[in-house]
Design a binder for this molecule. Structure first.
Ligand code: NAP
Length: 323
């Protein structure tokens, strides 16, 4: 089968298609013929070699992401009833591939009414978005500020928060992305390209600030977002696409203002919890309550172009791969 492999750390061009043996289902495993693969910003950072301290990855390796697909084989001890079913698999390593062997208990059935593309776009971002809202305990009527609101996870956070009855203020960059976030239901959208965006957000949030801030961007933008957190509120720093780290909120200031600091460590999930949350996400999509935004689908052989597109930040919506 074909996989897209990172030959060595570097630019997108180090991601090349190679032939490897087909996987075989071990005990309790099934083989999934992959239909679509989701891509995550963090995979571009790992590929560039910047995240060695956090991820134990040595080239050559096949990047990871969630997938949608169909079960084509069941190993000993795996329920043969899975055969032929449409499934999604969350948080799987080595998934830029045509086939994957996965434990059967990590599968989520894809309900009728949810396409393979949509399932792949939801498989990772939707799970983390739900986990974040569970962990930060967003309540109806609270105001929530979401940075990176036009991103894969941001677009889902906006929809979930809106459905919960929160007052949503999204931060996204440029006219096309701010329009999308508005269309997804945000009550207010602030353009991050405006150097005064923090003041503009303050004007719509009021002097009290946001009860909850969900920061998927980090760096300086994340620090400004921290300053917009209400006293007694919650601040989650779970994103670092700027390459300058998670928002380094000052713990002394947080204590003084009684702000609870949360981060990526608070959304580390067991495979069982991922599978449970994915079931909820797919059910919401099937019921028409959640709409993943898909920007472009690249053939697996062109994974390098997909990574270049993600890093270029020009596309609106999720980038997927298709074997
Ligand atoms: N998806 C998940 O399941 C998951 C899980 C854990 C953590 N996270 C983290 O959460 C963050 C957001 O995830 P995502 O899946 O929504 O990613 P994404 O789809 O790639 O979106 C990234 C967002 O960050 C903004 N951004 C990218 N580079 C930036 C830069 N240099 N400066 C300022 N803004 C920048 C982008 O907006 P513009 O480019 O338009 O400015 C976009 O809104 C990422 O850091 C990711 O690692 C995600």
């Amino acid at each position: 089968m074909r996989v897209a492999q990172v030959r060595e750390f570097g630019g997108p061009e180090v991601l090349v298609a190679v032939e490897v043996p087909d996987p075989v289902a071990g005990t309790g495993e099934v083989v999934v013929e992959v239909d679509h693969i989701d891509t995550l910003f963090v995979q571009t950072q790992i590929r560039a070699g910047n995240f060695g301290q956090y991820f134990d990855v040595t080239p050559p390796y096949v990047p990871s992401g969630g997938v949608s697909g169909k079960v084509t084989a069941a190993g000993p001890g795996a329920d043969p009833a899975w055969l032929g079913r449409r499934v999604a698999v969350s948080g799987r390593a080595d998934s830029y591939a045509e086939f994957l062997a996965v434990p059967a208990d990590h599968l989520s059935p894809v309900p009728d009414g949810v396409g393979a593309r949509e399932a792949a776009a939801l498989v990772h971002d939707g799970v983390t978005a739900l986990a974040l809202l569970d962990t930060t305990a967003l309540k109806p009527g609270e105001s929530v500020l979401i940075t990176g609101a036009s991103g894969g996870m941001g677009t889902l956070l906006v929809q979930f928060a809106r459905a919960l009855g929160a007052r949503v203020v999204g931060v996204a960059r440029g006219p096309e992305k701010t329009a999308l976030v508005r269309e997804l239901g945000a009550d207010h959208v602030i353009d991050a390209a405006d150097p005064e965006w923090g003041q503009r957000a303050r004007a719509v949030l009021g002097d009290g600030g946001a009860a909850l801030v969900l920061d998927g961007v980090g760096g300086q933008l994340g620090l400004t977002a921290f300053s917009l957190t209400a006293d007694g509120g919650r601040f989650s720093a779970h994103g670092a696409p700027t390459g300058t780290g998670f928002a380094a909120a000052d713990p002394d200031e947080a204590r003084r203002r009684d702000v609870t600091l949360l981060g990526i460590r608070d959304v580390q999930l067991t495979p069982q919890r991922r599978t449970e949350l994915l079931g909820r996400v797919l059910a919401d999509a099937a019921a028409g309550r959640l709409r993943p935004v898909i920007g472009e689908v690249f053939p697996l052989e062109r994974a390098a172009e997909a990574h270049a597109a993600i890093e270029g930040r020009g596309l609106v919506g999720k980038v997927l791969l298709k074997p």
